[in-house]
Design a protein around this ligand. Sequence first.
Ligand SMILES: [Zn+2]
Length: 250
Amino acid sequence: MIDSRDMKQPDWAEVERALVIMAHPDDPDFSCAGSAIQMARQGIEVTYMILTNGDKGNHNPLVTRRQLILMRKEEQRKAADLCGVKDVLFMDEEDGFLRPTPEIRKRVCREIRRIRPQLIICSNPDRYISGRGYINHPDHRNAGLIALEAIFPAADNLMFYPDLANEGYLPHKISQLYISGAEETDVEVDITDDIELKIKAILCHESQFSDLQAMEKGMRERSGEKQEDGSMRHFERFQQLIFRPRARQK
Ligand SMILES: [Zn+2]
């Protein structure tokens, strides 16, 4: 069990905009909807960036790929609305084949330079096996890798993509990175008061669950931790990287 006393609390005092970069529709809701809810409530503008079109997330032969893509976008928009998220960007890479190509790195870099977030949340690029005995979806790893490679060294370096700079997308350095699904977490967001809303957001992704009730029950059990006084609390934990502002060049 994780001892909360070792955990840092989030410091969002300087955060005005946050960007969540994930592979599939529903990934933000599972991994960080509680944090997104709290940031939005504090007036932080939260944007979700979904890298793939989610076109493999279905086992119903009556639903076409095209229909599924539209359904999943709609589900993600609905979930984001519930959480107070400002915008959802769909990058429309093919589900299941996400790769850290130069093309997608540049597209993500452009959005980082456009939105200029102080904080980014992404998935863990190192996680091959999920802690609960599952193979982690390769898109989750590659989404993490794409995010990291866009943040550093590309987003903040004028020598990368001078054409973007010419279009007005100037270099931008974030100050905080939260990695979800990390082995070593060091910051935690207590989402106990928001767990009901988080579950509601997850349940917006109706196309993904054959049994909504079982899903809801499993979610509650997995995320809750029994405290010494017997109460249950819910947390989202991340590995946190803090970046200092770049010293001005003479
Ligand atoms: Zn996913």
